[in-house]
Design a protein around this ligand. Structure first.
Ligand code: 5GP
Ligand code: MN
Length: 333
């Protein structure tokens, strides 16, 4: 039984894949399960087509994604060259999200194919396949695999299920519709172990994360439907230089009294300046994607983020005011 009806995929996408052989694939900075799932999945898909993909990431592979099939072949920005016939960018909503893997001055002449599901995608490629109706870029790759007549099995299926499971927080986000479940079921029918993926990704936290949460949860604030907290550099140092990666905002938005959550994490950016990573979540009916986009970031209506330069207290005050204004507007007050 074919449970995932294949939507029409633009001929330009299929043509680019079929025309070229030496292909660089890249996903986004601060990578998540959909970033690795779609990057590695595209690698397996291209190998099925007889191509020679090169996979690159700005960041080093975190422990929870290192066991994914093909992860050992990912190269770092220093090893990226300029002789590719095609570059495929996966799960990234804007060019800067590729980090230092993509260097406009040496890569601008190479065709760039963008495959992404963020509604805030800026369409920065020559060909852009953007499908916000999909809950994960990996869901798009399920359809692409089917359109190309490639079997959805083995390492490819494992990678794609990882992205769908992690981006939907194990089928809990409100964009988890029947099409998402059908795509996941098709992957599971090929024997992929869902429980193993969940145990290795969503159901796993370091002891240091709990230490960090212990420090910052005592500072949470709730005003006008917005709940937030800050994470200073000093607190991160005390907890072993840990990064929270949006998990705290996901937890805070479950507060009954809040519709929108935010965490503000102080960091030193690549120019040595103080910057603040902002992570937002919203309950169904509220949209933080548009707030992040207006601040130069991006994401989805229920989960988004941006990075702003400035002191932690200043950025927090400025952004909380924007979130509260969005909350007033979106709740019709
Ligand atoms: P998280 O809060 O988990 O780090 O990110 C949630 C969502 O917002 C993800 O879909 C991620 O792609 C997006 N996002 C987070 N930070 C940024 C950013 O600085 N720029 C853009 N364009 N998107 C971001
Ligand atoms: Mn994604």
């Amino acid at each position: 039984m074919d449970l995932t009806p294949t939507p029409l995929i633009d001929a330009a996408v299929l043509q680019l894949l079929q025309q070229h052989n030496h292909i660089l694939c890249v996903s986004h900075i601060n990578p998540d399960g959909d970033a690795y799932g779609s990057l590695l999945g595209m690698g397996w898909l291209l190998r099925h087509l007889g191509k020679q993909p090169v996979l690159a990431m700005h960041d080093e592979t975190p422990a929870e994604f290192a066991p994914m099939p093909g992860a050992d072949a990912i190269i770092s920005p220093a090893d990226v060259t300029n002789d590719y016939e095609l570059i495929i960018c996966l799960d990234a909503s804007s060019m800067d999200r590729m980090g230092t893997v993509y260097q406009p001055q040496i890569h601008a002449d190479i065709p760039l194919l963008v495959i992404d599901h963020h509604i805030t995608n800026t369409r920065f490629g020559q060909v852009n396949w953007v499908a916000p109706e999909c809950a994960a870029t990996c869901q798009m790759l399920v359809y692409l695999t089917q359109a190309l007549g490639i079997p959805l099995t083995g390492p490819l299926a494992e990678c794609l299920l990882t992205g769908i499971v992690t981006d939907t927080l194990c089928f809990r986000t409100n964009n988890t519709n029947a099409a998402v479940m059908a795509a996941a079921l098709t992957l599971m029918q090929s024997g992929v172990n869902l429980a193993e993926i969940v145990a290795r990704t969503l159901n796993r936290r370091s002891y240091h994360i709990f230490q960090l949460w212990g420090m910052v949860l005592s500072n949470i604030q709730l005003e006008e439907g917005v709940i937030w907290t800050t994470i200073s550099l000093e607190q991160r140092e005390r907890a072993g230089k840990i990064k929270d990666d949006g998990q705290l905002s996901s937890m805070l938005v479950t507060a009954t009294e809040a519709d929108i959550s935010a965490t503000f994490t102080e960091k030193i950016d690549e120019n040595g300046q103080v910057a603040v990573e902002c992570s937002f979540r919203a309950k169904p009916g509220f949209d933080v994607g548009s707030v992040a986009f207006a601040l130069g970031g991006g994401g989805h209506p229920p989960a988004s983020g941006c990075t702003l330069s400035g002191q932690l207290e200043d950025v927090t005050a400025h952004v909380v005011a924007k979130l509260q204004a969005a909350h007033r507007q979106q709740s019709g007050q």
